[in-house]
Ligand binder design. Sequence first.
Ligand code: NAP
Length: 244
Amino acid sequence: MKTALVTGANQGIGFETARQLLRLGYFVYLGCRNRESAEQAMEKLRKEGLVTTDWVRLDVTDQKSVDDAAAHVAQRHPSVDVLINNAGIMGARPVAGEPYPVDEIRRVFETNVFGVIRVTQAFLPLLSRSDAPRVVNVTSGLGSLTRQSDPTWRYSHYKHPAYVSSKAALNAYTVVLSADLAPKGFKVNSVDPGHTTTAFNNYNKAGRNPEVSAAFVVKAAVLGADGPSGRFLSEEGPDGELPW
Ligand code: NAP
């Protein structure tokens, strides 16, 4: 049975991604920050008969929690086949005319960028033992520098200093990581789930159903040997990709 870890799996796109990987027959670790939300998520899955799952306490900003999570999984599974770096935050709304606080940018980077790097490094030994390791960095179309430079783009007004720059930095990490790991059989991609109705945007009704977004994330998690690596996959772009 293949094994996956999804960070930020107690709700939203992460939860739906975990659910769909379970339906595909994976053993899925739900990375969650607290017991209560983890147990609620586990209960929902169990009620659907999805039982090949466990949760692991994982705050991506906390090195000890990440190391402990990797040790916990290593005691139970010889390898991890899929890592979904999904946990992410938006950061405080910019206030027009006011400088955006550097500390807030740092806080967002701590989750969206350093958190991803921290989790990936901690799980690399387990991923390296898989026959077909897959890393999915859940990014955003807002992190496309090309799109952000086009004033006619429909989201070009959305220039959140912390979120946009953190997802652009995450995309850079995807390129660097893929260059290192793709020759060893890994597939490492940035995946934009698209605008999705979740707690992230206060359940904005204009978004997609998380099940639809998660299906796109899962597609990148189960890529075959001929699949791409080091790409910015998105249903917003032509041929399923966005320009960096
Ligand atoms: P969500 O419903 O708010 O879920 C975010 C998840 O990340 C939650 O489980 C949250 O845990 C977890 N998380 C946040 N900080 C964490 C930390 N330090 N350590 C561990 N977990 C942490 O948001 P979502 O819409 O599903 O977003 C998932 C990903 O998709 C994010 O990376 C986001 O940037 C990306 N994305 C979303 C959209 C959209 O329109 N929704 C569009 C493009 C990209 P708690 O429940 O404990 O807070």
